[in-house]
Design a protein around this ligand. Structure first.
Ligand SMILES: *Cc1c(COP(=O)(O)O)cnc(C)c1O
Length: 418
């Protein structure tokens, strides 16, 4: 035994040899397990929508889609990705505060389940487009609730936001539905925050949004056919941050779902999951190029950095906290503190600060774990023109490239010289 990390029997060094570094690798078993463990416990009336924002790779989306995940998309390319991945149009919703006319038209043409409408102006535009097409547009109204919830990494309710329509403004528009004959209002959407790690908060969140949806349906006089309770379920990244227990989440959430289901048989109930599904399956793999010491601190300079993994700099905190990291190609000895940095010309390109790792040497592979969500697509991949990293999916014991790295030609092609 070399102590090398393997994914479904495939050693990391073999992946690095075959695909080059740096790259992201996704473990299909882990992705499947994360989905199914929640799916099996969750009340069947609660539908799981995968938020492509977390990881828009078409192969990741297709794997989740094959298990029954629906899709929540927010751009033309995400819409095309979900369709290419095999998600049925009737299981796709589209949201985002600044949808283009072309995006709205594509949603109507494809016949997706619902457009999540974020402003009165957008509602007027959807109404007009639908009537031009001679159809009716299915819409969920996104509410910016007057209340906020605690225990989230990012609070959404009770604040001025570009997302959704203020609760009070909606309640003040009793004739809203009547005034938009091209629109069928199916229900309500609200998204309260991200990185929620408290099951109580998740259940309370759902309960309050359902209550709000019922009150709004009554006030605006529409039949409640769908409620999207958002999501924002988190995963543990840092020391002392435990993962959500799906059994605990479902223990509190399922009674809320059951009550909704009993009161509105046939209505759809939606839960959006991005990070929760995608984060645990991914590892960002870099190779150490140089090791050096500066003022008594040790540095491992690797071939990949925050240009591919911005989240590793620190999420939602001013103090740098390290993602879980490890030496991948061998067990190693003599653990001690290392700064793991990338190739960028900025001191901020620090993936791990004082992270406990074995003695490193050039050629070693260092991995950032739990990196399947908000990786390259949420990073400045063009900074210093390194481009997008390769992405690899290991499934059924086989590794395959699911996105090739950008080449020099790729990066020069779209630029115009004089
Ligand atoms: C970002 C986002 C999600 C996904 O959030 P996660 O925390 O990754 O689950 C879901 N819904 C909306 C509206 C979002 O903006």
């Amino acid at each position: 035994m070399t102590g090398e990390v393997v994914i479904q029997g495939v050693p990391m060094s073999e992946l690095a040899e075959r695909f080059g570094t740096p790259f992201y690798v996704y473990d299909g078993d882990s992705l499947r397990g994360q989905y199914q463990d929640l799916r099996e416990r969750l009340h069947p009336a609660m539908e799981m929508f995968y938020s492509l924002k977390a990881n828009p790779n078409v192969a990741v989306c297709a794997l989740l889609g094959s298990l029954g995940a629906r899709a929540e998309v927010s751009s033309m390319v995400e819409l095309r990705t979900a369709l290419a991945a095999g998600v049925a149009p009737g299981d796709i919703i589209f949201l985002g505060p600044g949808k283009s006319r072309a995006e709205l038209e594509a949603c109507l043409a494809e016949g997706i389940f619902a457009l999540v409408c974020e402003s009165f102006g957008e509602l007027a535009m959807i109404d007009e487009l639908a009537r031009e097409r001679g159809g009716i547009a299915p819409v969920m109204l996104r509410i910016n609730p007057s209340f906020a919830i605690k225990g989230s990494g990012l609070t959404m309710g009770g604040k001025p936001r570009q997302f959704g329509i203020d609760e009070q403004q909606l309640f003040d528009e009793a004739d809203l539905v009547k005034n938009h004959p091209g629109v069928r209002v199916l229900g309500v959407h609200a998204y309260m925050g991200t990185r929620i790690l408290d099951p109580e908060v998740i259940a309370e969140n759902a309960r309050r949004i359902i209550d709000l949806a019922e009150r709004l349906a009554e006030r605006l006089d529409f039949v409640l056919e769908a409620v999207d309770v958002g999501g924002g379920l988190g995963v543990g990244y840092f020391t002392g941050e435990p993962d959500l227990d799906p059994a605990a989440v479902c223990g509190l959430l399922n009674p809320v779902v059951e009550a909704f289901h009993a009161a509105h048989p046939g209505a759809r109930l939606l839960l959006e999951l991005g990070r929760y599904l995608a984060a645990p399956c991914g590892t960002y793999v870099t190779r150490v190029r140089y090791v050096k010491t500066s003022m008594q601190e040790r540095f491992a300079v690797t071939d990949g950095g925050t240009n591919h993994h911005m989240a590793a700099v620190g999420i939602g905190s001013f103090v740098k906290r390290n993602f879980p990291m490890r030496l991948l190609n061998r067990a190693g000895t003599d653990p001690g503190p290392w700064n793991v940095t990338g190739p960028l010309c900025t001191p901020n390109d620090t993936v791990g600060r004082n992270v406990e790792l074995p003695e490193l040497q050039p050629g070693d592979l260092v991995g950032v774990l739990r990196s399947g969500a908000y990786g390259p697509s949420a990073s400045p991949v063009l900074f210093l023109s390194h481009g997008h990293p390769a992405e690899v999916l290991v499934d059924g014991g086989q590794a395959r490239l699911v996105r090739r790295r950008d080449t020099v030609e790729d990066l020069l092609r779209t630029q115009i010289l004089g």
